[in-house]
Design a protein around this ligand. Structure first.
Ligand SMILES: [Zn+2]
Ligand SMILES: [Zn+2]
Length: 359
């Protein structure tokens, strides 16, 4: 079968590999659609980041391996000992795999598992005709949910956890810094959790428009306006209850650092959630955190129940993902129209989906 394999930095190949078959506890999924994630670009441009170059403690796998951790499809074969899945079932795949034995697994935080694995980054993933995954990682999807929507299971789950980490509740005001796919989804999930005002700060005009179309109550270009002032003016001078950093702290020109801004836009006792992946350290003055009793937390992947919550939000129409799709390509076009397109034309794109059924 055809599969997209990561061999090394700048060396991702579309290859023929043997079709996998499910072992105990596993199922074989015929992939419908699989989304390209920012982390796939990271692995391509500066990897290996998460991809193991020696056997991973949980999966025993290492490069070269099949990319793709955002996918849905149909179960076509069920391995021994799987009672929860059946052939023909349409599913969205939760890519996270934890050991179930370490301190964090035992305390209800599988995303902090000492040997966390992730299909498509650690273990073969969904940029292939077929993927073999744990049956327990497959969430059945309702009939009205397309495989395109199923491919958003993972990013929506990331947004759900971020909202929970921030404690967003009915009546809250929220700011989202950076409107890539994750920022767009966080803005929508915030509305679904009852946020009455959602401010989105984003440099790219197309992304600002998209955010407005999908439920943001106001959008700002941080190059043009003083974001902190604009937000204070709209929140009785208080600032927002919860703010999300979805950029990774990259400074553009003389713009204020988003890591600083995400705390500055908060009201006293507000919560900043770090969702963007930081490559470098950043300077930060903690005095404001002290005097104003602000909270700063991270949000890392998600728990299985948050994955299901995300699917439910999509199924109910509260979170719309179709407008975030900016490209649909086949496996053969993966490098040129997928990775390179996202690397070189970042602002024009949000999510590019890949289907083995498309050539
Ligand atoms: Zn992802
Ligand atoms: Zn564990």
């Amino acid at each position: 079968m055809k599969a997209v394999r990561w061999h090394n930095r700048r060396d991702v190949r579309v290859e023929d590999i043997p079709e996998p078959s499910p072992g105990p506890g596993e199922v074989k999924v015929k992939v419908g659609w699989c989304g390209i994630c920012g982390s796939d670009i990271h692995e391509f441009v500066e990897g290996p980041v998460f991809i193991p170059t020696e056997p991973h403690p949980l999966t025993g796998t290492m490069a070269p391996q099949t990319l793709g951790h955002e996918f849905g499809g149909t179960i076509v074969e069920v391995g021994p000992g799987v009672s929860t899945s059946r052939v023909g079932e349409r599913v969205s795949v939760d890519p996270a795999l934890s050991c179930g034995k370490c301190y964090w697994c035992k305390h209800g935080f599988p995303m902090h598992c000492d040997s966390l694995a992730y299909f498509g980054l650690i273990g073969d993933g969904g940029f292939a005709e077929y993927a073999v995954v744990k049956g327990s990682n497959c969430h059945p999807i309702p009939a009205q949910m397309t495989f395109e929507m199923a491919a958003f299971g993972e990013p929506v789950a990331v947004a759900v956890r971020a909202i929970r980490q921030g404690g967003v509740k009915e009546g809250d005001t929220v700011a989202v810094l950076g409107a890539g796919t994750i920022g767009q989804l966080i803005a929508q999930v915030a509305r679904a959790y009852g946020a009455v005002q959602v401010f989105v700060s984003e440099i790219a005009p197309q992304r600002r428009e998209k955010a407005l179309e999908l439920g943001a109550t106001a959008v700002f270009d941080p190059v043009e306006v003083d974001l902190v002032e604009e937000i204070r003016a709209r929140t009785d001078g208080l600032g927002v209850d919860v703010a999300f950093e979805c950029v990774g702290g990259t400074q553009v020109g003389m713009l204020p650092n988003t890591a600083v801004q995400v705390v500055d836009v908060l009201r006293k006792r507000g919560t900043a959630v770090i969702v963007g992946v930081f490559d470098e350290p950043t300077a930060f003055h903690f005095a404001g955190v002290l005097f104003l009793e602000k909270n700063i937390t991270g949000s890392w992947t998600f728990a299985p129940e948050e994955f299901q919550t995300g699917l439910d939000l999509m199924a109910s129409g509260k979170v719309k993902v179709e407008p975030l799709i900016t490209g649909r390509i086949g496996l053969e076009e993966f490098v040129e129209k997928g990775l390179l397109e996202l690397e070189l034309n970042k602002d024009e794109n949000l999510k590019i989906l890949v289907s083995p059924g498309r050539s």
